[in-house]
Structure formats: structure tokens, C-alpha cells
Design a protein around this ligand. Sequence first.
Ligand SMILES: Cc1ncc(COP(=O)(O)O)c(C=O)c1O
Length: 402
Amino acid sequence: MQLKDMGLTFEDIKAYTEKYMIETYERFPFLAERAKDMYIYDQDRNAYLDFYGGIAVNSAGNCNEKVVQTAVQQMQEVMHVFNYPYSIPQAVLAKLICETTGMDKIYYQSSGTEANEAMIKLARKYGTDNYGPNKYHIITAKSSFHGRTYASMTATGQPDSAIHKGFLPLVPGFTYAEFNNVDSFAEQVTEDTIAIMLEPIQGEGGVRVATDAFLKGIAKLCHDKGLLLLIDEIQTGWYRTGYPMAYMHYGIKPDVVSMAKTLGGGLPLGAIIATSEVAKAFTPGSHGSTYSGNPVVCAAGYAELNELIDRKLGAHAAETGAYFMDKLRELPHVKEVRGRGYLIGVELDIPKAVEVKRKAIERKLLTTAIGANIIRMVPPLIASRTDCDKACAILKESIEAL
Ligand SMILES: Cc1ncc(COP(=O)(O)O)c(C=O)c1O
């Protein structure tokens, strides 16, 4: 939809939004009328350099041509049929994902939080099928983020935040341990514990990377105690950190992995992948969803992943992300730069991340802020060194303009 075709102005859209929509986000002060590769264009055709990628979604670039063409073609063939007939997009994407990750089985969902719901349900079903009805306790990390539906929200280890506030009682059976502290997790294991659930890099929690000793230690703890290891790769997955999945940096093998964001190439697609042993717990009738594995989103996901693989964007993100992080460390007021590949957090020594974000938007660079101190960047993986240089220059100006 375009303003001129609709006979509307930006002011009309703002007014409709304010009057009719429940708003839970601070909007950027412009309208996204077009998007292509590294840029988003506003109502006046101003180009904004996109270093948030729809929050780690548009990895092969905004409106990637192959993704768009594949989705449009699929839309003209079969748009939605539900899961009774076999489906080409579902099957070819399942094969690609399982072969790339070395996992056995996939279950499709429509978002990250739904993928985590499925992961939690699968772990509980496996626990109760194999060990009895009390085997449902799951340990997650403090400052984690796993989504906004009830089980995912409960798994999110931020009990004092707006994410939980006002929504009690939460789902029983979750406790929170210290991230990057194996002992803290070990202390919470009881005879009712079935799983440990973790992000390899806490994205929303401030871009905190799991140490090698921590994830390896957790994998060993799970092995020794017979627990399932559930890894949330919703933000970190699909080459954002270099490898297909971020857990692969650690040489560990999870039992279940959740994914979304990049997976759909801009359309709402989530999934879990699991070992065949654990996957057996989902039997006919035990889980389902009308849109699960919708042909259009699976076709888009197939095109997106092939783009990332064919263009070797994982290696590119690892290499260019490291270059970018080094440059960011030279900026004023930067206390620490954390992350891997193109999942980057810049911690400032002043509580002005939101102001820096706003000043960067004025200069046509898009980023996000986490809390008071952290600027987060999760650009499309196609971002070049030139794009990174430009983003750095704008951030420098934005910090200096405070
Ligand atoms: C690690 C992680 N898990 C889960 C989610 C929830 O995904 P969605 O917003 O698609 O429900 C997010 C979203 O930011 C995430 O970063």
C-alpha cells in the first residue's frame, strides 16, 4: 500500500494509529513506505540505513528479490490449505533445515514465542511420558528473553520487568539461575527437573554471550543428570553469528532448538528442531496450529535460507561483524562492545542509549536501545564494510551531539 494510491498523508496514518491501535512500542518518527536491501524509505523517500533488520529478521536484505518472488509465486499456487495434504514448501524446507543443522525432525510454528511454547510443551510431554507426571520443571536463565505467550513469558527470567508485571499467576514449574554460572543451574536441579533452556547469546538481556565453559558445562550437566538441553536460537540462529546456529560455536548438541525471525525471511515463521528420540513425544492430537507450516511462509523461508547459504552470508557476518565491533570500540562513551557476527551490543558509560538511538534516526541510521545503556544492532547479514563505516560515523556524531 502506498500513501498516494490510498489518498492519505503521513499525518492521517499517525492519527489512525493513535486513535485505533493499542500501542506497546515507541514508534520511529516516520512511516516505512518501501524497503530494499540495507535501506528503508519513508513517506518523503528519505533513505534510512537499516541496522536493526526488523529486529534480526531481514537477514538476506529487506524485500530480498528471491524471497519475494518465491513467496508471490507460492501465493498464486497454494496460499493456505492446512496440514492435511502434503506440501512441497514444508518438505523441502524441512530437509534443508535438518540437513544443515544435523537435527532429525522439525515442527513448524508461526513466531518465536510459539516456537518456544512448542519446545517447552515437547520437553514436558517427553518428561511426563518417560518419567511420570511430576517431571516438568525447567530451569532458565535470569535476564533471558523467550517471548510473550504464557509459557515463553514465564521462561523469560525477568520477574521484576514489565514483561511479567500484571500478568501473574505465571505457568508453574520454572525457576531462574545465573547466566554464565553452571553451579547456579546445578543447584536448582531436582528430581522433577526435565530441562535447561538457554539462549547462546542473551539478546534482549543486553547482548551477553555465553562463555565456552558455561555452555559446555551446562551440556555436561544435562548429560550427567539426564536433562534435556533446549536452546533458543530465535535471535541468534541462521548465520547471524557465523554458523547456522550459535550453539555450534561451542561444539555441543542440544535436544531441541527453537528458531524464528530470519527463518521466514520477513514472513512469520517459527520452528523447533529436535532429535528423533525427543520428537516422539509429539503424537497426533498432542500439538497443532492452523497456520503451522503455511506454504507461503515456508516457501519464503526456503528462499531466504538458500540466499544465506549461496551467498555465504554467515562467513561474511562473522568477518564483517568483527571489523564493525573493533570500530565501535573506538567511539566516545563506549564502555564495552559485546556480541558475535551481526548481533552486537554497544554498552555506553552514560544512561543515554535511547537518546543516541533518536539522534541516529535523525541522521538516518536505525538501531534499537536495550535499557538505559545499550545500543543493539542486528542488521541484515548483507551489511558491507562501507555500511558499517557509515553506521559508525553516524553513531559517533549522535554520541557527540548529546
Ligand atoms: C531469544 C528470543 N526468543 C524468543 C523471542 C520471541 O520471538 P517472537 O517475537 O517472534 O515471538 C525473541 C524475540 O525477540 C527472542 O529474541
